[in-house]
Design a protein around this ligand. Structure first.
Ligand SMILES: NC(=O)c1ccc[n+]([C@@H]2O[C@H](COP(=O)([O-])OP(=O)(O)OC[C@H]3O[C@@H](n4cnc5c(N)ncnc54)[C@H](O)[C@@H]3O)[C@@H](O)[C@H]2O)c1
Length: 258
């Protein structure tokens, strides 16, 4: 039997207690990686870690310098290093420019933008010290490459993640560390639940009309977390050894047309 392709690799996935992050963690684990399930929600992170062969749960608030620094110490102790970092944790907080306050804007950026910067800075010494192929994958969004109404802080943060990815790739290429981003489209997770608790955005008339009836999603359905986990695995695999500084839109084709 052939060895699993990520055997011996140590991965940290932020926001891995549910949704896309959980699917990424499960995929990397299924390919043989040891995975730190890093999330603000420790109970859910522990449940995911307990269901995987070689995973540890870690509580982290990516909005806190101290918490992210503690995560790096924990990962060094418990995993013994880090070859793969997936910056996935974020919140969805939709606000337009006419109603937004600076406090609100800063709060979202502190998690969705600075959180990935913090985790990258804190884990970089471990990643640089690792010997094999090393990977950083940032989870951006189609809202980081396209505008959408009522999305100023989220879209601004995701746009920053897109070019953060390219700039960090430019710095780390000489170490052989690849840095790429995935920009998901509409994925069926708790993040896609409507804020008023009335259901799921994919069940709304506007979603069905614009994205399905008029074919904006070329593949005719919302994405599943596993649709993102596969491309993340690809970027972490040896097959992507010569891919860096790239933004891969995984959106069922939404961004391919207008
Ligand atoms: N669901 C979508 O349609 C969609 C589309 C584009 C991009 N994305 C991006 O994909 C990523 C995952 O989203 P999801 O849909 O799985 O969302 P989700 O809300 O289901 O999961 C997000 C996870 O991040 C964790 N988290 C939130 N704040 C945190 C913090 N401060 N510190 C640590 N962990 C924290 C949550 O506890 C949760 O486990 C996010 O970066 C999101 O912006 C999602």
């Amino acid at each position: 039997m052939s060895e699993k392709r990520l055997a011996g690799r140590k991965a940290v996935v932020t926001g891995a207690a549910r949704g896309i992050g959980e699917a990424i963690a499960r995929r990397l684990a299924s390919e043989g990686a040891s995975v730190a399930i890093a999330d603000i929600d420790l109970a859910e992170a522990e449940a995911v870690a307990a269901s995987l062969p070689d995973a540890v749960a870690a509580q982290v608030d990516i909005a806190s310098d101290a918490s992210v620094a503690a995560l790096a110490d924990f990962v060094g102790d418990r995993l013994g290093g880090c070859d793969i970092l997936v910056n996935n944790a974020a919140i969805l907080d939709m606000t337009g420019i006419e109603t937004m306050t600076m406090a609100h804007y800063r709060k979202v950026l502190d998690i969705n933008q600075d959180g990935a910067v913090r985790a990258t800075l804190s884990l970089l010494p471990l990643i640089k010290a690792a010997k094999g192929p090393r990977r950083i994958v940032n989870i951006a969004s189609i809202m980081g490459v396209r505008g959408q109404p009522e999305s100023v802080p989220y879209s601004a943060a995701k746009g920053a993640i897109v070019n953060f990815t390219r700039a960090v790739a430019a710095d780390l290429g000489r170490h052989g560390i690849t840095v790429n981003a995935i920009a998901p489209g509409f994925i069926d997770t708790r993040m896609a639940h409507l804020p008023d608790g009335s259901g799921h955005e994919h069940d709304t008339d506007w979603f069905k009309d614009i994205y399905l009836k008029y074919g904006r999603i070329l593949l005719g359905r919302a994405g599943r977390p596993e649709d993102i986990a596969g491309p993340v695995y690809f970027l972490c695999s040896d097959d992507a050894a010569y891919v860096t500084g790239q933004i891969l839109l995984v959106d069922g084709g939404v961004s391919a047309t207008f």
